[in-house]
Design a protein around this ligand. Structure first.
Ligand code: SF4
Ligand code: SF4
Length: 309
């Protein structure tokens, strides 16, 4: 897995019956903090059933890939770090394919499925369970040495294998509240979940319609990195060694003026192969219109995170 570029990887049994994270998911859904992400409620049952993703699955291989920029020159002032390069869904699938193929060649009767944030898999739970990541107050996980700017992906496998005894890494947050204090929307609930209705990541990327007026959006067009940028676990964490997650030249050459001038063809061309294509042109225009006439924000950039439980 390290050959695939993963900064950490580990094994879990798909038969794991813990439901601690599912209780948090239920509270998150019941309180409406998922906002318009109804697919989370619809898929609630599937999160508890790995076999719904791959019949006969026995083993879950979790992998983490760092995407932290090396410095400011590898960031974009308007886009979250995770969206500044290639679309991680495709890039990680490509990176994990040789490992999945090798497993099937070693065990020809077995089957695999690669999941990259596209199927209802408890990716954070299994990354914590197999000992490669620790849960954080801001709803993300941190990998020792790599911090929280990591993508998670899984290979589901129908073969049973020896699972090394690992103790989950406890949350390193302790008394720290930096992310909660810095979050512009007050979205970090404190129980490891985020209220999407107040989170700039959800609001700028997933939300249709008007934006809440009482949140300082700064110059964020796509996503938000604030709660990660203030996190001490990320200072000194390793930068991504993966070329495809560096700032793309096309995005580097993009500014507010060129975004304002985008038509649908330009939008499709600029974001082809990028995770930022998740926000359709109309949503981007809405976000841009908030800031097109604002002076540069001294606090700077937009940052990422996936909203959730
Ligand atoms: S991504 Fe931004 S808005 Fe969302 S929880 Fe983090 S700091 Fe708050
Ligand atoms: S800023 Fe502090 S409380 Fe928030 S995730 Fe980082 S260590 Fe935890």
């Amino acid at each position: 897995m390290h050959a695939a570029g993963a900064c950490a990887w580990g094994l879990s049994s798909a038969a794991d019956t813990s439901t601690t994270d599912l209780a948090l998911l239920d509270r998150w859904l019941d309180s409406g903090r998922h906002a318009s992400m109804d697919y989370m409620r619809r898929n609630r049952g599937l999160f508890a059933t790995p076999s719904a993703m791959l019949e006969g699955v026995k083993t879950i291989i979790s992998a983490a890939f760092a995407y932290r920029p090396a410095d400011q020159s590898d960031r974009h002032p308007l886009f979250a770090d995770y969206a500044r390069g290639a679309d991680y869904h495709k890039a990680l699938r490509r990176r994990l394919k040789p490992a999945a193929t090798a497993l099937q060649e070693m065990f020809p009767q077995s089957r695999t499925r690669i999941c990259v944030d596209s199927a209802p898999v408890r990716e954070k739970y299994f990354a914590i369970r197999c000992g490669i990541a620790a849960p954080l107050r801001n709803g993300l996980v941190a990998v020792p040495g790599a911090g929280s700017k990591v993508f998670l992906a899984e290979i589901l496998w129908t073969e049973e294998t020896a699972i090394p005894a690992t103790e989950p890494i406890p949350s390193p947050c302790g008394a720290c509240r930096r992310c909660q204090q810095a979050c512009p929307g007050g979205a970090i609930c404190g129980d490891g979940s985020v209220d999407a209705r107040r989170c700039l990541s959800y609001l700028t990327i997933e939300h249709d319609g008007d934006l809440p007026e009482d949140i300082p959006y700064g110059r964020r067009v796509f996503g938000c990195d604030i709660c990660q940028d203030v996190c001490p676990l990320n200072s000194g964490a390793c930068a991504t060694p993966l070329e495809e997650f560096r700032l793309s030249p096309a995005l580097a050459a993009t500014d507010i003026e060129s975004l304002v001038a985008l038509d649908s063809q330009g939008h499709a061309a600029l974001f082809a192969g990028s995770a930022a294509k998740r926000a359709p042109l109309e949503r981007l225009r809405r976000n841009i219109s908030r800031i097109a006439n604002r002076p540069a924000d001294p606090e700077g950039d937009g940052g990422p995170q996936k909203c959730g439980f």
